[in-house]
Design a protein around this ligand. Structure first.
Ligand code: AMP
Length: 412
């Protein structure tokens, strides 16, 4: 394929300048595929994972459209014209950050709207008129109900990580929001997977969308993946042994529950390892502080649950450790995609107990390879957990078995 440059899109010079400042030299495949189509005004149904550059793939054409309008007389200055819906506050903040960076040389206003913080500042942002809003559906719906927002001039709707929005139960809120929007608009829908529920949502909210799928191997080849067989009761010890390797500089650890995440951080801190935690029970302030500490290298380890980790966009994560195997094979692919972003290399380590073997098979099918296994010194993979009964492991096993049947992804 011919290598494209951002110049070929004919973007406004102010946008070109921001793109250069962000250090984007060449468009990524999803950007090359999406931007020209989106600039024609067509709807898009795109399948792209986080880490592929999909945010700029929709933000660039959306901002270009606003800049090209030159404030037509019939539209009030800073009327809300672009709405981006995202599943989590973390993603809202990150998309907002990128939108602000791209709008840096323009007078366009951008604001994030998400739950877990006060309404007043957001109400002001909405009332003072803002061109681009990045919102989580639940909180935006609250603002709509209170009459804080007018969509009269809305031109572009973006649904980002639509599959995640459905997973966390935002479908009713999305429907209610879409009912408020002008029918004549451009809709760009992105989802990691195009499962039936997404196709059905697309048929409700888009009009003759162009389908865009970029060739992504299930996992970026740059990520080295290893399984460590450990008995459940030695997981924390195994994690500490792994962390003895100082090359593990910036480590994202996935735990299955908030409680387990807290427990891991407590153990790590006791072992003098700088660690922080991010999960749904923490306040917005705490999450932002934890992410900042991790980004700046003040915390070497960030322990997260799957939902809290959505949208975490931290460059330079050297290692992902699955302290617990995920409940869905797709989550494994999402998790390990947090490292090795944008051509960087990374490693993903997964602690596997005997009860996880069925899930490991599914994961290996999802990534289309048999994953290598290693042992850790001093950890006997055959130490039977039944010698040391572990209620949590048994509960997890039962839950995993239970969750297999009704899974939306079961057929993959
Ligand atoms: P996303 O998939 O949108 O979350 O983007 C993943 C990361 O890639 C972000 O840190 C972006 O800033 C970065 N990125 C996006 N587009 C490009 C590009 N064309 N060149 C280099 N980096 C990019």
């Amino acid at each position: 394929m011919e290598i494209m440059s951002f110049n070929t899109f004919g973007l406004d010079a102010r946008l070109g300048k921001s793109v250069a400042l962000l250090g984007f030299e060449q468009p990524t495949p999803i950007q090359s595929a999406t931007i020209p189509v989106a600039l024609t005004g067509q709807d898009i149904l795109g399948s792209a994972e986080t880490g592929t550059g999909k945010t700029a793939a929709y933000l660039l054409p959306a901002i270009q459209k606003l800049l090209a309008q030159n404030a037509p007389a019939q539209i009030a200055p800073h009327a809300l014209r672009v709405l981006v819906l995202v599943p989590t506050r973390e993603l809202a903040l990150q998309v907002n950050e990128q939108a602000e960076a791209l709008c840096k040389h323009t007078d366009l206003r951008v604001a994030p709207i998400y739950g877990g913080v006060g309404m007043v500042n957001q109400e002001q942002a909405l009332k003072r008129r803002t061109d681009i809003i990045i919102a989580t559906p639940g909180r935006l719906q609250d603002h709509i109900q209170r009459g804080h927002v007018s969509f009269k001039d809305l031109q572009i709707l973006v649904l980002d990580e639509a599959d995640r929005m459905l997973d966390v139960g935002f479908l009713p809120a999305i429907r209610r929001i879409v009912r408020e929007l002008p029918r004549e608009r451009q809709t760009l829908l992105f989802s990691a997977t195009l499962v039936p529920s997404i196709l059905s949502l697309a048929s409700e909210v888009t009009y003759k969308p162009t389908r865009i799928a970029v060739e992504t191997t299930a996992t970026p080849p740059a990520i080295e993946q290893t399984l460590f067989t450990v008995p459940e009761h030695q997981k924390t010890e195994a994690l500490q042994k792994l962390l003895a390797d100082q090359e593990m500089e910036s480590v994202l650890v996935f735990a299955r529950t908030k409680h387990r995440a807290d427990k891991i951080v407590k153990h790590l801190k006791r072992a003098n390892i700088r660690a922080d935690v991010i999960h749904g029970n923490r306040s917005q302030g705490q999450r932002v502080a934890a992410l900042d500490a991790f980004r700046q290298g003040k915390a070497r380890v960030l322990v997260a649950t799957d939902i809290a980790a959505r949208g975490i966009d931290v460059e330079g994560i050297s290692h992902v450790v699955n302290y617990d195997v995920p409940m869905q094979a797709e989550d494994y692919v999402h998790r390990i995609g947090r490292t090795g972003r944008m051509q960087a290399t990374g490693s993903a380590y997964t602690l596997v107990t005997p009860l996880d073997e069925a899930m490991v098979k599914k994961i290996e099918r999802a990534v289309n390879q048999k994953l290598p296994r290693r042992r850790l010194d001093g950890i006997d993979p055959n130490a039977s957990m039944f010698n040391q009964p572990d209620a949590e492991a048994i509960r997890r096993y039962v839950e995993q078995q239970r969750s297999q049947k009704p899974s939306k992804y079961a057929s993959r």
